[in-house]
Design a binder for this molecule. Structure first.
Ligand SMILES: Cc1cc2nc3c(=O)[nH]c(=O)nc-3n(C[C@H](O)[C@H](O)[C@H](O)COP(=O)(O)O)c2cc1C
Length: 359
């Protein structure tokens, strides 16, 4: 293996008043990055901060049980940002205050979600269309809490309006602690490539706060390129963490030791799936834990390639015992010939098909 170039960024990453242990952050993935997954990733190490999936500020303030389920956490699940979406400043303020009292590390405001059911109410990436209004909303939240407030945005609505640099600059001036920027426009959805020069423009637009680059980083060379070409202070990884939950640890080893030390094999991946399942059942109980494991099970199956029969059983798992039998069968079978971690996440993780998709 050729040696990697050194990590171009050094020094601690600060998040308002909080110092993070690494600059490698877990990006929010609705339906995937729940408490069990976050804890399993944290056990591997290297992750500086995890963010929950987006939750509705209104639903949180109204005490929706489903929303409260989405932000379940525990002391080991720190540092933790909870991401809220909405377009009403007063609701966003109340939700942020609720979260502060709940004890989270920071509140992240969603300005990137491209999905129509979010944007039609003026939330998510729709906020990027009116910078002045977005800034008023963010300011209301920042002034209402003492924990750090961050904003996760896209480059803008479409290629004609990359509002992210102006928005990031104004967010910094009103006290936002960090900006996380997914280098696509809303129009792009999840298609095409990430515009590193757009992320660079955001980095150049702010003076002090960290800008976290996001999009399509799965490997150390991809992380190096993101840091080198954009000047960002850290990287948020979403889909790459599902493919390779060791990525944060590998990046931290690369940054501190020059080379990644951990190289997960098929057996380690199988053990990770088992750990994730166990945590999910501990967290949600056997029935719901098994039912909610179907989504992750489909991506584990794509990665582990257990064959049609075991795949079918995994997708229908209804009890801890059935799951343990599957794991034993897999252990008996071992990895497929010439197994490697897949290099692309296009197949295991479905994304909205287009920017106006109902998801
Ligand atoms: C299934 C899925 C769910 C997502 N959910 C959220 C979310 O709740 N909040 C958010 O800000 N971004 C969400 N995203 C966007 C990711 O956080 C990230 O910006 C995007 O996937 C690009 O980064 P990646 O290539 O590292 O995955 C989601 C993406 C996917 C694929």
């Amino acid at each position: 293996m050729l040696p990697y170039p050194p990590c171009p960024v050094r020094g601690p990453l600060t998040w308002g008043s909080v110092q993070l242990s690494t600059r490698w952050l877990l990006a929010p993935l609705a339906g995937y990055t729940n408490l069990a997954f976050r804890l399993a990733v944290r056990e591997i190490g290297g992750v500086g901060l995890c963010t929950t999936e987006l939750i509705s500020a209104i639903a949180l303030v109204r005490g929706s049980r489903k929303t409260l389920d989405l932000i379940r956490t525990c002391p080991a699940d720190r540092p933790l940002a909870v991401q809220i979406f909405g377009s009403d400043p007063a609701m966003m303020r109340d939700a942020a205050q609720w979260l502060q009292a709940y004890g989270v590390t920071s509140v992240d405001i969603n300005m990137g979600c491209p999905v129509e059911k979010i944007t039609r109410g003026g939330a998510g990436s729709a906020l990027m269309c009116d910078v002045a209004q977005a800034v008023r909303l963010v300011q209301t939240v920042v002034e209402a809490v003492h924990i750090p407030v961050t904003v996760k945005m896209r480059l803008g609505w479409d290629d004609r309006q990359w509002t992210a640099p102006a928005l990031a600059r104004e967010c910094e001036q009103i006290g936002v602690a960090a900006v996380i920027i997914h280098g696509r426009t809303r129009q792009q959805g999840f298609t095409g490539t990430v515009h590193l020069r757009g992320i660079r423009a955001v980095v150049e637009a702010v003076q002090r706060i960290p800008v976290i680059g996001n999009g399509d980083v799965r490997t150390i060379p991809e992380a190096w390129r993101m840091l080198q070409e954009t000047g960002c202070a850290g990287i948020a990884i979403g889909r790459g963490a599902l493919l390779n939950p060791w990525i944060f640890r590998q990046l931290h080893e690369w940054e501190t030791l020059g080379q990644p030390q951990s190289q997960p094999d098929w057996w380690a991946f199988l053990a990770f799936m088992e750990r994730h399942f166990t945590l999910q059942v501990e967290e949600r109980g056997e029935r719901i834990g098994c039912a909610t494991f179907r989504k992750p099970a489909s991506w584990y199956s794509k990665v582990l390639r257990p064959g049609k029969r075991i795949h079918g059983r995994l997708m229908q798992v209804r009890s801890v015992q059935a799951f343990q039998e599957i794991v034993s069968a897999l252990r008996g079978k071992g990895p497929p010939l010439a197994w490697r971690l897949p290099a692309t996440y296009n197949s295991p993780i479905p994304v909205p098909a287009g920017p106006i998709a109902h998801w």
